[in-house]
Design a protein around this ligand. Structure first.
Ligand code: LCS
Length: 392
């Protein structure tokens, strides 16, 4: 009989690490840039790949490796590649899959710089791209070309909160000989596992939920196929966007409580979204847990919870949104998300300012949209804070 796999919280707490010779319960920080070879033959064998072991931290490191294995285990992948930032992970995926003349189809409401990287830089090397509303798969189908190599989906997307059918997008990508990569940052692997739904690659800005404490910038990529993973690792190593051992140690620490943090933050988010929806000054609320969200049923099918990201618009538009952001006291006016603390920001002038007004309109978010990343504080305090900021 096959042993049952431990549940996700057991895997989050224990990872794949077992106490080493010293008995250390937690993964030690191997803060060393380089590793000694036993002799010249050993060094040559490691470089030739005839033996497994550590050479140099940009290529591989035990602390970073423990983090990569832990995330790969919860994403159900063949292995992971940690990167210095989430955008480093995005670039590693692009550079691995795209080449001159290749075409990319991506979610229009993708994180601004994930789009900017293509439009400003990859285009200079002959890569073409279309950014479409992938929450309607007909748009994706129409955008596919014979030279499409990569379908890149962010779901739920930042900050439009659109949800894409990942299994459907995988089928379309594969019918056209392309790979599907999913930016799973907003959901976290606790709520959504894209590889199980047919994606080839999943990536995260671990700066957000995976680390969860707003004190580390980093990224990670997981692939289902070992050959593809090796190609991704090669690009990470060659472009030098490696993680640091201390960064990996902190993220391993954050990962253990991912389940607890996500459960608490999404319970808070549901209560806040309902409160906002009923507030007379609020024009619209986008929270995928609300039945009013256009992809609520799809999110229910492909995710195990609705997460803690809310976008909303006030009846007074941009000016009213600005006033609110200046008046909140418990929530912090700052970009980023996925930490224990609640953050509020204005996408059009902050995280997505690199996009043109037309691109933002096409991506489905207006200048008046406010993004509210719910943390794990007491929900009555968060609601009281929004209440005083709206009524002041
Ligand atoms: N993917 C998504 C969905 C993101 O939200 C971000 C950062 C990235 C990738 C890039 O990751 P980083 O390099 O920052 O680790 N999103 C941010 C945001 O919404 N506010 O500040 C950063």
């Amino acid at each position: 009989m096959q042993a049952k796999q431990p549940g996700i919280n057991s895997r989050l707490v224990h990872g794949t690490y077992r106490p080493d010779a010293t008995g250390a319960v937690n993964v030690p920080i191997y803060q060393s840039s380089t590793f000694a070879f036993r002799n010249a033959e050993h060094g040559a064998a490691l470089f030739a790949g005839r033996e497994k072991g550590y050479i140099y931290t940009r290529i591989g490191n035990p602390t970073i490796g423990a983090f990569e294995d832990a995330v790969a285990s919860i994403e159900n992948g063949a292995g992971g590649v940690a990167t210095s930032s989430g955008l480093g992970a995005v670039n590693t995926v692009y550079m691995t899959v795209l080449g001159q003349g290749a075409h990319l189809v991506s979610t229009a409401s993708v994180y601004g710089p994930s789009r900017g990287l293509v439009e400003k830089h990859y285009r200079r090397y002959g890569v073409e791209a279309d950014f479409v509303d992938t929450s309607d798969l007909d748009n994706l189908k129409r955008a596919m070309r014979p030279e499409t190599r990569l379908v890149y989906v962010e779901s739920p997307s930042n900050p439009a909160m659109q949800v894409t059918d990942i299994a459907g997008a995988a089928a379309i990508a594969h019918d056209h000989g392309a790979l599907l990569a999913v930016d799973n940052t907003f959901a976290s692997p606790y709520l959504q596992r894209p590889l199980d739904l047919g994606a080839d690659i999943v990536l995260h800005s671990i700066t957000k939920f995976i680390n969860g404490h707003a004190d580390v910038v980093g990224g990670v990529i997981v692939a289902g196929d070992a050959g593809l993973l090796a190609r991704l690792r090669d690009v990470m190593v060659q472009t030098g966007c490696s993680m640091d051992p201390h960064q990996a140690f902190l993220v391993l620490r954050g990962l253990k409580t991912l389940g607890l943090r996500v459960e608490r933050a999404q319970a808070n988010a549901m209560a806040i979204a309902r409160w906002l929806e009923a507030h007379p000054m609020v024009a619209s609320v986008r929270y995928i847990g609300l039945p009013s969200h256009p992809q609520h049923e799809l999110a229910r099918r492909q995710m195990s919870g609705f997460g803690s990201m809310i976008s909303f618009e006030l009846k007074g538009g941009l000016e009213a949104g600005r006033r609110l952001m200046d008046r909140v006291r418990l929530a912090t006016l700052a970009v980023s998300l996925g930490g224990v603390e609640t953050l509020i920001e204005h996408p059009a002038s902050m995280t997505h300012a690199s996009m043109s007004k037309e691109a933002r309109d096409a991506a489905g978010f207006t200048d008046g949209l406010v993004r509210y990343a719910v943390g794990i504080e007491d929900v009555e305090d968060l609601i009281a804070d929004l209440d005083q900021a709206l009524s002041g």
